[in-house]
Design a protein around this ligand. Sequence first.
Ligand code: MN
Length: 250
Amino acid sequence: MRQLIAAITADTFLGRASHPNQERADYAPRPLVDALSAAGLLSIILPYNEKADAKDYVSSFDGLVIPGGPNMSPKFYGEEPLWCIGATYEKRDKFEVELIKAAMAAEKPIFGICRGLQVINVALGGSLWQDMQVQCPSITIQHMQKTPVTLATHSIEIEPGSRLHSILGNSCRVNSFHKEGVKKLGEGLAVTARSADGCIEAFESKDNDLITAVQWHPENMAADRKDMAALFAHFAERMERYARRRIVRQ
Ligand code: MN
């Protein structure tokens, strides 16, 4: 079989550019591309396209990665932005929600990372805390860590029997760069990991192998940690399984 292609939805650079080509540049994090490559996958980057139908992109990839990025606009789960929410960018939100639905309809596996977990949750009818520290008194752990992203800072407990448990075991330590968190869980999802203060740190789809998502950034630890690299190998393995199934059907 040909090498499988993982599509990464692009973040748009909205900061001050040091070169004209960087202005509003669409990009993917290099550690993510490297982690997918180490798992044997090719990567393509998908910039949002306001005129495109997300369905038209689906034939160009075997699996979809929704990576980290800014906060999701609360309009997608029916709330107004609270004073404490971070920067939002609705164009990317809308494109990613449409892509997630199109990828699910085409049975292409999805891997959500940090913001990606949150967008998948909202695409499936769930909602988010806009700022857990402000809205949830029970959240006491530092989920927006001050320590570099390559280092783990808090522990997670993993649900026995989940696919995540078969990869990571009962518990492990993860990095953490999120203000937002899952409030209402989306339809068809099962929680697979929580931090000690109860924050949802991972989920997967209940009735199929299409969705896994984690609230931390495994791509930034995968160079040094085999367990984090194994998450990408697991994604590659799911992509291959669904790709073979499509070949059989043809
Ligand atoms: Mn966390």
